[in-house]
Design a protein around this ligand. Sequence first.
Ligand SMILES: [Zn+2]
Length: 480
Amino acid sequence: MRQSTTAAEQVSLASHEHRLSAGGRRLSIYGIGRKQWAELEREVLELFTRLLQVDTTNPPGNETQAALLLQDYLAASGVQSSLLGELPERQSLVARLPGTRPGPTLLYMGHTDVVPADAAEWTVPPFSGTVKGGFVWGCGATDMKNQVAAEAVAVARLARSGADFAGTLLFAATADEEDGEYCGAKWLCENHPDLVRCDYLLNEGMGGLWLPIDGRKVFLLAVGEKAFAQFRIRTRGVGGHGSVPEHEHSAVIHLAKAVVALGDLDPPAVVLPLTARFIDTIVSDAGLRHRLRDPSLARAAGRELRARQPAVASLVEPLLGATFTPTMLDAGKVVNVIPTHAEAQIDCRILPGMTPQQTKAIVAATLDPLGIDWEFEWVDVTEANASDPHTPLSASIERVLKSDVPGATLAPMCSGSFTDSRWFREYFPEVVAYGFAPYPSESLSDMSGGRDHSPDERIKVADVTYQALFFERVARELLR
Ligand SMILES: [Zn+2]
């Protein structure tokens, strides 16, 4: 995802996070004194940078080292935890902090593995955990060792202050999210459901990123996610010598036609109630809002939005239906032989409520008129799911955020990318699972559309420190 800021979005947003005295000296930061803030920052940075220094590139993972680091850190505050997993080097940690009275169970979760980083593309070594220029740098700085560290610090601080809350707070630092899914969150749901079953789950997603809209900070809250309906198209033709082409029987030319048709496709627009509310929150122009909510006008309105507010369009357009993105092509072995077959893989994502069969029908309606011979095969199919956007958890997030970040507005939406929240919604249908970790001092545009999986992945020191305070406050607010 890449986004840019338009002039219209460049509204000025004064930072109110720091209360100043008449002389301009900081008295408090997010409602806590300077000295307490500095202590919190030190604790967060120590754990976070050490986590970044553990190379948990997946594959192969090596998440046990990160889990052990977290186990030691939590034990120092009296929080008990277990390491679980089929493979000794790929363990997940699950910690449990019971409150002082009955109540619901809240699970804070994050994965400890990261995607491969090419050190040559980085300005600092990707596993150095460097702190410079007000940022913490490292592979996993935003995806998502920041959230793992902030959640762990929140749990430790709550434990040290007597765990005076209702219900139970769980913390899970899981393996194997980035590449595969067999020894992390899904494995825990399957093999240790009683350890991770919860009423509320807070995990990653796109939630916590924000855009400046009409003087407000509109924070995304990921309440659901689209599913994979990835497929392969294979075309067959007549093989032969490259010097004797038969265009009408060429598998390669037929495949090229199919790829262009699917890549250019504007599938029928669907406007879910959640999407309609998201459009209302994030699109400034009333006329454009109206057109985007009307499925018969939504595609054209999406293009209009793209021309006016590209960053907003990148969030809204994928929510208007299935997306078809050709990503892999394969045909032929040598240049002078016409291959008998060719194939393409299409990364298709569908909304909650859509079925893979509907996807296949759209593909057929697109390819049949081309007069080519094509075959269809699924690559990966999952089920999209979402949680109710209006729950005690979203209310708690909203109350904490609004009190800490003036002008903050919450915009529930469906994320286009995969997270482990999907497994929890599948295994525990009652759970309310959201993706959220706030970055109050940098907008999505400041981050050029996000830093996950990018060289020089980094987060502001102030933001990761605030995230720890935020998770502590949300737990106190929800488990009252
Ligand atoms: Zn992630």
